[in-house]
Design a protein around this ligand. Structure first.
Ligand code: AMP
Length: 218
C-alpha cells in the first residue's frame, strides 16, 4: 500500500510513520530527513537547502520533486511506501501522481494527522531528534533512555535548527497557505482519513492502525 502522511509540523506524522514502518515493513520516506541528509554534505546544494530550511520556507518544488521521485525509484518502494512530508504543494502532488501512474502505481491512503496550534507549538518546542538516524524524542514525554544519547544508534541527540519557535511561525504559515489545500484534494479522491493527533498516544495509534490495516472501513 502506498501511504502519504499529511499534516502540520508537530502533529505526530513522523512518529506514526516510523511506527507504521516497523509494523507493515514499507519504507518510511520523510522528505525532511532526505533534506537533512543532503545538508550534511559540503556542497552548494547543501547550503541552498540549509537556507530554505533554517528560514522555515519550503524548498522549491523542482528540487524537492527530483529528490523524492529519485528516492521512490529505489526497488524497496515497489510494494509500498510511507511518504511523510511530501507532497506539500499542489505541484508536488501532481508530479507524484503522474510519476506513480506511469508505473501503474498510485497513492492509496492519505493519513491526515491534525492537532490544534497550541499543541503543535508545545510539541515542537520540546522536540529533540537524532541527526544521524532521525529518531524523534520529546524532552518531557519521551526523552532518550540515556541523557542526550539516541536510543536507536547512540549518536548525540539535538534540537533541530529549524525548530526555533520564531521559525515555527513561518513553517505554520507555509503549511496553511501551500499544504492545507491538499487536504480537500485528497478528500475528494476518497482516500483521506483524518487522525486526531492531539489524543493520547494509544488512541492515535489505534486510529492509524485501523486506517492502514483496514482500508475497506474508510
Ligand atoms: P519536516 O522535517 O517535514 O518538518 O521538514 C523540515 C523542512 O524541510 C521544512 O520546513 C521545509 O523547509 C523542508 N521540506 C520538507 N519537505 C518539504 C517539501 N515536501 N516541500 C518543500 N520543503 C520541504
Amino acid at each position: 500500500m502506498n501511504i502519504i502522511m499529511l499534516g502540520p509540523p508537530g502533529a505526530g506524522k513522523g512518529t506514526q510513520a516510523k511506527r507504521l514502518e516497523a509494523e507493515i515493513h514499507y519504507p518510511h520516506i520523510a522528505s525532511g530527513d532526505l533534506l537533512r541528509d543532503i545538508r550534511k554534505e559540503d556542497s552548494p546544494l547543501a547550503r541552498q537547502v540549509q537556507g530554505y530550511m533554517d528560514r522555515g520556507d519550503y524548498v522549491p518544488d523542482d528540487l524537492m520533486i527530483k529528490i523524492v521521485l529519485d528516492r521512490l525509484d529505489q526497488p524497496d518502494t515497489q510494494n509500498g511506501f510511507i511518504l511523510d512530508g511530501f507532497p506539500r504543494t499542489a505541484a508536488q502532488a501532481e508530479a507524484l501522481q503522474a510519476e506513480l501512474a506511469k508505473e501503474g502505481r498510485q497513492v492509496e491512503l492519505v493519513l491526515y494527522v491534525t492537532a490544534p496550534r497550541d499543541v503543535l507549538v508545545q510539541r515542537i518546542g520540546s522536540r529533540i531528534s537524532c541527526p544521524n538516524c532521525h529518531a524523534i524524542y520529546n524532552a518531557y514525554t519521551k526523552p532518550p533512555r540515556v541523557d542526550s544519547i539516541c536510543d536507536v544508534c547512540g549518536h548525540i541527540v539535538e534540537r533541530r535548527t529549524d525548530e526555533d519557535l520564531n521559525v515555527l511561525a513561518t513553517r505554520l504559515e507555509a503549511y496553511a497557505r501551500q499544504t492545507q489545500p491538499l487536504v480537500d484534494h485528497f478528500r475528494e479522491k476518497g482516500i483521506l482519513v483524518q487522525i486526531d493527533g492531539s489524543l493520547p498516544m494509544d488512541e492515535v495509534e489505534a486510529q492509524v492502525d485501523a486506517a492502514a490495516g483496514m482500508p475497506e472501513l474508510r
